[in-house]
Design a protein around this ligand. Structure first.
Ligand code: AOS
Ligand code: ZN
Ligand code: ZN
Length: 397
């Protein structure tokens, strides 16, 4: 009996359970703050006022799902005097501090570039910010420094595209060389925004070229919202895994651009296809270098249940991807049986794994339905009463 048939009787096999048990999805601290578009930021009662309150909210998500043991920080939005103390606070809450995200997109000095700027003094300032982020990592015990570079140009001729690449390579080298032996640099690419003619790290190929030049502990971060429409993202996943350079995911979903909506909301089938390649490429194997993170903003929906929904969506689609009957799939592929191969693949996608995941949670002492458990927990009412005048996530700060 294949895995799919096992699932039909409501049972995941042992290998699948082991893989599911390993899955961890990091939450971004900024998902808990108020966020919006450039038109309007809507306030939400109970919005965290401090990074400690953001961590407490993230811990709620982990308590109810068992899926989100770490929180990504953003510097300077989450700056505190004592990061060791913050790590201890997170530990008390039952989570740990994860990836450190740098920021070179909110300073006038960076209007024409940060790590790529023509002025060595501004480049130095941007490099120093990253060195400061590595000091934070030393204090928090974080493994990953994530660099999303907002540099680029708006008009043809505005900048020397080649020169910008050369300066970027030099800046990244200085940052990479400061990393400790257990630390990694993950470089995130994005096709457009904030610049519209060129971005300096617009695609996976550019990110790959830079991280390959840097060394083994430099890897690519794939944000699912950062591609041109109709890009085959799962192909990029397969290729980066094949090359050993997929370091992390920023999960979210999009209808148009970098919408940062709940992962799996816009195109669940795409999420399945991505996770199928993750499974195929060993991205969920023990010791895999691939980190799973969310990068989302909850502009109109409540943030804590928004994050709960998100990690559940990733888990559900992972379970479906793990249900692909790989033996039958390979046999059909090798026989050139196009329709049989597609049917095996689609069978896994269409399998409703929610009851089995409810069982999985119950067997671990977690609520069968984390969304319902949160709604009746009283936590939302508690934070709404306790916290007055929550701060924004940072985008508008
Ligand atoms: C920006 O579009 C990117 O997705 C970043 O990963 C992220 O949202 C930002 O760096 C927050 O720190
Ligand atoms: Zn991102
Ligand atoms: Zn983004």
């Amino acid at each position: 009996m294949n895995q799919f048939n096992d699932q039909e009787s409501g049972v995941f096999d042992d290998a699948l359970l082991t893989t599911l048990g390993r899955q961890a999805i990091e939450l971004p601290s900024w998902a808990f703050g108020n966020a919006g578009t450039r038109f309007k930021v809507y306030g939400t009662p109970g919005t965290p006022r401090t990074i400690q309150e953001k961590i407490a909210d993230a811990a709620q998500v982990h308590r109810l799902t068992g899926l989100a043991p770490s929180v990504a920080l953003h510097i300077p939005w989450d700056l505190v005097d004592d990061f060791g103390k913050l790590a201890a606070f997170a530990d008390d809450q039952g989570v740990r501090l994860g990836t450190i995200n740098s920021n070179t997109f909110q300073d006038d000095d960076y209007k024409f570039g940060s790590l790529t700027h023509v002025d060595p003094a501004i480049r130095r300032k941007a490099v120093d910010h990253h060195l400061r982020c590595i000091e934070v990592m030393d204090a928090t015990g974080s493994r990953d420094l994530k660099i999303w570079l907002p540099d680029g140009t708006n008009y043809p001729g505005q900048g020397d595209l080649r020169g910008r690449q050369d300066r970027l390579a030099e800046s990244l080298r200085t940052i990479y060389d400061r990393l400790g032996p257990d630390q990694r640099l993950v470089l995130e690419y994005k096709i457009f925004e904030p610049f519209f003619y060129t971005m300096d790290v617009p695609d996976w190929g550019t990110a790959f070229a830079h991280v390959t030049a840097l060394g083994e502990r430099a890897l690519v971060c794939l944000d699912t919202g950062h591609h041109a429409p109709s890009t085959n993202i799962e192909f990029i996943v397969a290729q980066l895994l094949r090359l050993g350079k997929l370091g992390s995911f920023d999960f979210n979903s999009r209808f148009y651009a970098d919408d940062d909506l709940i992962v799996g909301a816009a195109d669940p089938f795409q999420l399945f296809r991505i996770l199928a390649e993750v499974v195929r490429g060993g991205g969920l194997d023990d010791g895999s270098p691939v980190a799973f993170m969310l990068d989302q903003c909850h502009n109109i929906e409540d943030k804590i249940p928004g994050q709960i929904r998100s990690v559940l969506n990733v888990q559900e689609m992972t379970a479906r991807a793990l249900l692909i009957d790989t033996e039958s799939l390979r046999a059909a592929q090798d026989a050139g049986d196009v329709l049989a191969a597609n049917a095996v693949y689609m069978d896994a996608f269409y399998t409703d794994v929610r009851p089995a995941l409810g069982d999985w949670r119950e067997s671990r002492g977690l609520p069968r339905d984390p969304m319902a458990a949160y709604a009746t927990s009283g936590y939302a009412e508690l934070i709404a009463a306790e916290r007055a005048g929550g701060v924004q996530a940072g985008w508008g700060a």
